[in-house]
Design a protein around this ligand. Structure first.
Ligand code: SF4
Ligand code: SF4
Length: 332
């Protein structure tokens, strides 16, 4: 029988041991139904998730809710929205109690005296031209001024088909402001003309993502296996989609057969009672889903399938390390 130790040399085995002790149990929380932008293609608004219930305004209820989440074993809170920085008291309810990550568009700066080491992921959808088309403004100008040099912030760069051939300019700009970057792909939930992926564009973007990782290894937090899986939708000959997705809310997951999945994962609405279907759009057709976190989790929960060849297992380790870096479980 193939074992982890028989496939890895001492260096890789050490890396494997470092991540296997982590036992991450994440869940995702909509902090608010509001945002100070309205991006075309925003999964939250396009799926109507902002309307499932009124957001909870009583901060005591948020504190009690966080405690209940910890009691059921959550050890990583991923805050999204809407725009979480519109509600610092709610962010604080999580941050004071457990490892917390906050996704933001970066227009409002997280005050570092109040949240010294909160990990912040700043969304970016391309260059100034694309950002203006899709989001109504060039957010980089504002977010980079807010976060330049911040050791606990990085850019979550959503690459669109229009960005092909232009990603290096963006990566260099991010490097120049002293930040890191993680790349993912647009799913174009609102069908904006010219922003849906064609097969040949997915081939090209994979090459471009690989090249960026080779050229800027200190800036880009990624792995080539992740690029392969997210651009092809394939892992070890299996196809990504509803029946494989690991990021479905557990209490409403009735799939049969049940795939390998994130244990205890729930995505909560900001009303603190309703659960959303998964980590992203409630209404997205899973066959078009390019969600980066779902693809990386897909690899992570399928460790056993990667204990096959040395390369497969090293690929698995690199994806797990990437996730652990993005959520501050191991250093950059
Ligand atoms: S900033 Fe984020 S939450 Fe707000 S509209 Fe854009 S994608 Fe949606
Ligand atoms: S939309 Fe994506 S993340 Fe959500 S259930 Fe479908 S495949 Fe999974």
């Amino acid at each position: 029988m193939k074992t982890v130790s028989s496939l890895l040399d001492a260096h890789w085995y050490e890396r494997y041991k470092n991540i296997s002790r982590l036992n991450i149990r994440s869940s995702i929380y909509d902090v608010t139904n509001r945002c100070n932008l309205r991006c075309k293609g925003c999964f939250f608004f396009s799926s109507g998730e902002h309307k499932v219930g009124d957001e909870e305004n009583d901060i005591d209820k948020w504190h009690a809710f966080v405690q209940k989440e910890m009691d059921r074993g959550v050890n990583l809170a991923i805050l999204i929205g809407g725009e979480p920085t519109l509600c610092f008291d709610r962010i604080e309810a999580f941050y004071k109690k457990l490892p917390t990550f906050c996704a933001t568009n970066g227009l409002i700066k997280v005050p570092r005296d109040r949240f010294p080491d909160l990990m912040v992921g700043i969304s970016l959808w391309g260059d100034a031209e694309d950002e203006t088309i899709l989001r109504g403004k060039d957010t980089f100008k504002i977010s980079s001024a807010n976060y330049a040099g911040d050791p606990n912030a990085y850019y979550l760069y959503t690459i669109t088909p229009k960005q092909l051939g232009k990603t290096e300019n963006i990566i260099r700009k991010i490097k120049d402001v002293g930040l890191k970057v993680h790349m993912q792909l647009l799913s174009n939930d609102e069908g904006v003309d010219g922003f849906s992926w064609k097969p040949e564009e997915l081939v090209a973007v994979r090459q471009e993502m690989d090249a960026m990782l080779d050229l800027y290894p200190e800036t880009v937090i990624s792995s080539k296996y992740y690029h392969e899986v997210i651009t092809t939708g394939k892992m070890l000959g299996r196809s990504f989609g509803w029946m494989e997705c690991p990021s479905v809310t557990e209490p409403i997951d009735k799939r049969d057969p049940r795939p390998k999945r994130l244990i205890s994962f729930i995505r909560w609405s900001s009303e603190l009672q309703t659960m959303h279907r998964c980590c992203t759009s409630e209404t997205r057709d899973c066959s078009t889903c390019k969600d980066g976190a779902a693809h990386m989790s897909w690899v992570m929960v399928n460790k056993r399938a990667h204990i096959n060849t040395t390369k497969d297992l090293q690929n698995w380790i690199e994806v797990y390390e990437m996730f652990a870096k993005l959520y501050r479980f191991i250093p950059w």
